[in-house]
Design a protein around this ligand. Sequence first.
Ligand SMILES: [Zn+2]
Length: 93
Amino acid sequence: MKDRIKWVKDNIFDMIVHVTILAIILIALGCIIAGAIEDNKIWNDGRCSCGGKWQYIESDTMVRGSNGNVTTYKSYVYRCDRCGALHEFSTLR
Ligand SMILES: [Zn+2]
């Protein structure tokens, strides 16, 4: 009986760990997808919300180092030719 309780406890702990990892992965994935959707919304077929056109300005490379890990993020900066709004897109349009 004691073994059974221990088995249940161990497995519940395992399950919680797995569910937590899964939740973190899903949240990270959700953020990436939400970012892409947001980018597409702002891109709006190359049109700014004011009716101007997005013009490519430059690409930006950010280097982030933490714990010895170096990760590079590349973003593409576009500016509206009418209202001057700037937006960084995660992909080249
Ligand atoms: Zn604009």
